[in-house]
Ligand binder design. Structure first.
Ligand code: PLP
Length: 368
């Protein structure tokens, strides 16, 4: 049996007809950028996430940069964030001239440890950037209480968590502004690059819309601020809009798959991802932890199961961030997670026999 980490060909079968029909229409019309399909997608995601403003853009990294720029974050500012995430979370902070200030993650779910935030705040702190890692919401009650107490805005990197909810509030609606990605492997993945900024604040929404198109407002070629070009193509927006209709169903399938694994792996000497309610984790990745990670990965590969390591080197240890002066040992929980984490395939189209093969293969490693 050969099980890929994600099966985009299988996913495409279910949406192919509508996407191809839409693509043909767009090509006939020749309205190719920021047209009706971008508007439709922005409307779908704004109402799904409960925010007033959803602004599509070229990719998730740009969405993070736009969110930081909308908040006016610049040279000399500091942004508190996690070292255990995809690169863009911190690179976006550096790219606007600010300094990422890393704090460790919590063991239970590998999200930022809210109890460490206050100690990291200085007079230069201009935002807290949280990441709902692998699709699981951070401890937003605690993070928002700190944000309110110190009057520091919260940016949500929700690239892995579109559709996650807690207490009826969706990812993207907790903080001041949020950024998501439609990279093809995401829970809502496009037919190319794509991203979006979400915010319930009118001031930030209006500013982001201008920043996305060279800082232009309603008057063409009048530049109110220095923005950049980060527009979304109509063909990509159309595909996302079609796929969006399936997102809740796909997220539900991922949760079911995760529950199935947890049930059948719980007696093994591995740490399983917590599932404490039906909505706060949408399982972009299903990540287990074991000291024998590398050997287990090799064993899975031998049996035809492709797994992933997210992420092998925490950001404070990346060569490009050496200028921050962090060293190995500074964030032990993140470092341990990087050494022990392994993502098993959890995509919605997995068949029961594939899930059973994955379970059997993990079990055979520990029962050897
Ligand atoms: C947590 C996180 N942040 C940011 C990004 C950046 O998104 P993109 O690849 O669309 O630039 C990604 C996706 O790769 C991500 O997983």
């Amino acid at each position: 049996m050969n099980i890929p980490p994600i099966n985009l060909k299988a996913q495409f079968k279910g949406v192919k007809k509508d996407i191809l029909k839409g693509v043909r229409e767009i090509l006939e019309e020749q309205k190719l950028i920021l047209g009706q399909y971008c508007q439709k997608l922005e409307g779908q995601i704004a109402s799904f996430s409960g925010v007033g403003h959803a602004i599509s853009c070229a990719n998730g990294t740009d969405a993070l940069i736009l969110a930081l720029m909308a908040l006016g974050i610049e040279n000399g500012d500091e942004v508190i964030t996690t070292p255990y995430t995809f690169f863009s979370t911190a690179s976006s902070i550096s790219l606007v001239g600010a300094r990422p200030v890393f704090i460790d993650i919590q063991k239970s779910d590998m999200n930022i440890d809210a109890s460490l935030i206050e100690n990291a705040i200085t007079e230069r702190t201009k935002a807290i950037m949280v990441v709902h890692l692998f699709g699981r919401l951070c401890d937003m009650d605690r993070i928002l209480a700190i944000s309110k107490k110190h009057n520091i805005p919260v940016i949500e990197d929700m690239a892995q968590a579109l559709g996650a909810k807690r207490g009826g509030i969706a990812a993207g609606c907790f903080g001041d502004i949020a950024a998501t990605s439609f990279y093809p492997t995401k829970n809502l993945g496009g037919i190319g690059e794509g991203g979006m900024v979400l915010t319930k604040r009118d001031d930030l929404g209006e500013k982001t819309r201008k920043l996305r198109v060279h800082g232009m407002g309603d008057k063409q070629y009048i530049h109110e601020m220095i923005g950049f070009n980060s527009r979304l193509d109509e063909i990509k927006a159309l595909a996302l809009s079609v796929k969006f209709e399936k997102l809740s169903q796909w997220n539900k399938k991922r949760l079911e798959n995760a529950g199935y694994y947890n049930m059948h792996l719980r007696d093994l000497p591995i740490t399983l991802p917590p599932i404490d309610d039906e909505t706060s984790h949408i399982f972009h990745h299903y990540v287990i932890r074991t000291q024998e990670r590398d050997a287990l990965q090799a064993h899975m590969k031998e049996k035809g199961v492709m797994t992933g390591i997210y992420y092998p080197l925490p950001l404070h240890m990346q060569p490009c961030f050496s200028y921050l002066g962090c060293k190995e040992g500074d964030f032990p929980v993140a470092e341990e997670a990087a050494r022990t984490s392994l993502a098993l395939p959890v995509f919605p189209e997995l068949k029961k026999m594939e899930k059973d093969h994955i379970i059997k293969t993990v079990r055979s490693f520990f029962e050897k």
